[in-house]
Design a binder for this molecule. Structure first.
Ligand code: SAM
Length: 313
């Protein structure tokens, strides 16, 4: 498989893992089954809990941002794959002014086709007149935009943001969920710097691998490489410091990073008790290892002090 195909295929894995966990009762998401098929194999409880922590860890920080800005903001989902956050937020009355999803055009073309053929997805993005503008790989709705671009090509990315009505003066959160490791370090650094240079008030949420240089990290790398994925961004996944450094040395005001072990402990305990009853976990050690090898990093640039530095778990 060509490397770009292999990277795109990681989306099938992520969306199927999410669907599996949703159907096991970990969390509610009526949309994921409209975008992805049911996985053939059963997934281990450790994987389901890992996905629970991933989705909810990111959501806690995202909702802080939305509440702080009273939804007068934009969300840009980088390497969005078949993510359903836009629809879930809309149902919760937390839709931002604009939600822009970016991925490779082949993948956005698939998502476009699925959205057009699923009423429950489509009806949430049409404008008051019931219209949307659609091409083969892009879709522009009322406050939702799906565009195809290679994130490593900054001018292409910028053009797609412009076509989506992106407003550089509106507080904006950029979300990268398991994406940057697949990009050249230099390209990610350019992207991170471009955001801090060009968007007045911005927040970045990154979920990614960490401690990849140790023994368990090496096993994870070998697993990904066995699926033909190249990992040009891996050097930023060595430690929490390397994760933070990426932002702090490129014009951001501040940055924090937490291993998923700690994120999991900060999630609402009532919910944790509920999900821990769903399945018997016989490999606690494997879950601990997984949690120790993923992290959430969040960075902020807040010149007018709207309170982004206070967003935390
Ligand atoms: N963020 C989604 C989630 O967590 O459910 C999908 C994650 S999947 C592991 C990685 C996604 O990043 C894929 O959809 C892939 O196509 C996208 N991606 C990776 N490199 C990219 C690039 N250079 N430009 C655009 N999309 C990219």
């Amino acid at each position: 498989m060509a490397s770009e195909d292999a990277v795109r295929a990681t989306n099938d894995d992520a969306s199927q893992c999410k669907r599996f966990a949703v159907e096991k009762g970990y969390w509610e998401d009526p949309y994921i089954s409209l975008l992805t098929s049911r996985p053939q194999a059963k997934h281990a409880p450790e994987i389901n809990r890992g996905y629970y922590a991933r989705v909810h860890g990111l959501r806690v920080l995202l909702e802080h941002f939305l509440k702080l800005t009273e939804c007068r903001c934009q969300i840009v989902n980088l390497g969005a794959g078949f993510d359903t956050t836009f629809w879930v937020l809309k149902d919760r009355g937390l839709a931002p002014k604009s939600f822009i999803e970016v991925d490779f055009p082949i993948l956005t073309a698939q998502k476009c086709r699925l959205i057009k053929s699923r009423k429950a997805l489509l009806e949430k993005i049409v404008n008051e007149a019931g219209e949307i503008s659609v091409s083969s790989s892009e879709l522009h709705g009322n406050n939702y935009h799906l565009v195809g671009a290679n994130l490593q090509n900054l001018s292409d990315f910028e053009k797609k943001l412009e076509e989506s009505g992106f407003d550089k003066t509106l507080p904006t959160v950029f979300v990268a969920e398991c994406v940057l490791i697949y990009m050249e370090m230099k390209r990610t650094e350019e992207l991170v710097k471009w955001i801090s240079d060009n968007i007045t008030t911005s927040f970045f949420l990154n979920y990614e691998q960490v401690h990849m240089a140790d023994k368990f990290g090496q096993v994870m790398v070998d697993n990904l490489k066995a699926r033909d994925c190249t990992l040009p961004g891996i050097k930023a996944c060595v430690s929490l410091e390397t994760q933070r450094e990426r932002f702090l040395s490129r014009g951001w005001d501040g940055c924090d990073s937490l291993e998923m072990t700690h994120v999991y402990n900060f999630l609402p305990q009532k919910e944790i008790q509920r999900i821990e009853k769903l399945e018997f976990l016989d490999e606690r050690e494997l879950l601990d290892q997984l949690f120790a090898h993923y992290c959430i990093t969040w960075a902020w640039k807040d010149p007018t002090n709207i309170g982004l530095a206070e967003i935390t778990f």
